[in-house]
Design a protein around this ligand. Structure first.
Ligand code: AMP
Length: 292
């Protein structure tokens, strides 16, 4: 792979490469040494905002490109995942990454591996309910990546709010010496949350998908105006959503426990989270109500 850049960059494939690279680093200032941005590649501006945030907190930033087989519950979704490591490495380096980690499945999951990181109650709802085993795959790979990279900080997107919550929980529960940093969702000009999956949409599908953010912001407006009946907020979102979208879940939940809120439960903030299918492509988004 040939990466041309003004940045000094390194491609790393396994634990030995990572160790050699770490040994070559020298500390120039007070920031923690290594920041980490795990991704499945197919990088877009949302991923790059994570790289830039990592760079603000750490001297050196590692970006991993690994399409993790254990977090897919649908083999064709895994196969369809777009892979272009040369292009991804180049754009990550241009955004400030110092090293790109490109492990093969055998590096992450040694032959005969049989140990998993299981998720507790935070995994019971939202994507955890409709994608069985997904977060077990996510936590297992993130834990392995943290141990391989030995990062001091790691950056994740708030677009995957439940994933961020579960990783914070795992980091606490397993005493992992990594500080977790969340970054707000990067959106396209119409508000659609950036996602590697958006490129699979036709122009018409993309227009339908724009109704996701529109309907969420409408609920946010109603919340600001004082609407607190959760079921009617959810109904309003459904009314605004394109009828061509197939809803996987649409939930107003407690931002900490991720438990769905009953109408009588009054909270200062509530997370409105949605997953839906547009042209067979599964998209997720969320908005915090009451945070501003
Ligand atoms: P993925 O490659 O989809 O596994 O995502 C890698 C990281 O990028 C995760 O921490 C995601 O939450 C984050 N991410 C994906 N899309 C966005 C976005 N639109 N804005 C901010 N972060 C994102």
């Amino acid at each position: 792979m040939n990466i041309s850049s003004s940045h000094h960059s390194t491609l790393l494939y396994d634990a030995t490469d990572l160790q050699r690279w770490r040994e070559s680093l020298s500390s120039h200032d007070h920031r923690p040494l290594i920041g980490f941005v795990p991704t499945m590649g197919d990088l877009h501006e949302g991923h790059l905002s994570l790289v830039r945030e990592a760079k603000r907190h750490a001297q050196y930033v590692v970006v991993s490109l690994f399409v993790n087989p254990t977090q897919f519950n649908n083999a064709s979704d895994f196969e369809a995942y777009h892979r272009d490591e040369s292009r991804d490495a180049q754009v990550a380096v241009n955004a400030g990454a110092d090293a790109i980690f490109l492990p093969s499945p055998g590096v992450i999951y040694p032959s005969g591996a049989q140990t998993w990181v299981n998720v507790g109650a935070l995994g019971d709802h939202l994507c955890g309910a409709t994608r069985p085993g997904h977060f077990r795959g996510v936590c297992t790979v993130v834990n392995a990546l943290f141990n391989l990279v030995r990062c001091h900080i790691a950056v994740f997107g708030e677009k995957d709010y439940q994933q961020l919550s579960i990783i914070r929980q795992m980091t606490r529960d397993l005493h992992l010496p990594v500080k977790i940093i969340g970054v707000p969702t990067a959106r396209e000009s119409g508000g659609l949350a950036m996602s590697s999956r958006n490129t699979r949409l036709t122009p018409a599908g993309r227009r339908e998908a724009m109704s996701i953010y529109k309907s969420l912001t409408n609920a946010q407006r109603l919340w600001r105006e004082g609407e607190r009946e959760h079921s009617s907020l959810v109904e309003e979102v459904k009314r605004e959503l394109s009828p061509l979208l197939k809803i996987d879940y649409l939930t107003l939940c407690d931002p900490h426990s991720l438990q769905p809120l009953a109408d009588e439960q009054q909270t200062h903030t509530a997370l409105l989270a949605i997953a839906c299918f547009v042209e067979e492509v599964r998209l997720i988004d969320n908005l915090m109500l009451g945070s501003s």
